[in-house]
Design a protein around this ligand. Structure first.
Ligand code: GDP
Length: 183
């Protein structure tokens, strides 16, 4: 089982990225996971932001550096350096905007073109609290994930549903791959 720790020592340090259309909730997912905060009117700053969180897995500590596009995706300005060296990714769409789901193929293509070959990708359908505005069924997310061999879950950054699980699933899988390679 994975649990989080606060100390600054770690056995593994790795880079992971958040990706997906603008306003799907990437920044709020990150602030929820890293700081347990949610912002109603988050205004994207331009550039790349990242946060760290230590996760204890067994007797080891993995430190995940999680990069956020910080609004760059609005200008299609994400460069290959954003993906470089990333071992894990959370690919986010908004369950209330069908278009953000349709664009996933484009993001997957980019992740696979620029990212690491063994990259662990977790597909996240965010804003699951907005049940009345749903435009993407859970089954659509599940079947894309199956087709593309991804982990999948729906989250709500607002209600703090499954956010921890989504990140921990990615971090634990990356850790397993990284620790097997260093044996
Ligand atoms: P980003 O551009 O992908 O980083 O998206 P943001 O994190 O800036 O969020 C865009 C908007 O969606 C903001 O107004 C957030 O408050 C809102 N938002 C993010 N996550 C959720 C969620 O889970 N539920 C609801 N209802 N709103 C959310």
């Amino acid at each position: 089982m994975a649990s989080t720790v606060l100390d600054d020592e770690c056995d593994y340090l790795f880079k992971t990225v958040l990706i997906g259309d603008s306003a799907v909730g990437k920044s709020n997912l990150l602030s929820r996971f890293a700081k347990d905060e949610f912002h109603i009117d988050s205004k994207p700053t331009i550039g790349v932001e990242f946060a760290y969180r230590n996760v204890k897995i067994g007797d080891k500590v993995a430190k995940a550096q999680i990069w956020d596009t910080a609004g760059q995706e609005r200008f299609r300005a994400i460069t290959s350096s954003y993906y470089r060296g990333a071992l894990g990714a959370i690919l986010v769409y908004d369950i209330t905007r069908r278009g953000t789901f349709e664009n996933l193929k484009k993001w997957l293509h980019e992740l696979r073109e620029y990212g690491n070959r063994d990259m662990v990708i977790v597909l996240v359908g965010n804003k699951s609290d907005l049940v009345d505005s749903r435009e993407v069924d859970v089954e659509d997310g599940q079947s894309l994930a199956q087709q593309e061999n991804l982990c999948f879950m729906e989250t709500s950054a607002k209600e703090n549903l499954n956010v921890e699980d989504a990140f921990l699933q990615m971090i634990t899988k990356v850790f397993k791959i990284a620790s097997q390679k260093s044996l």
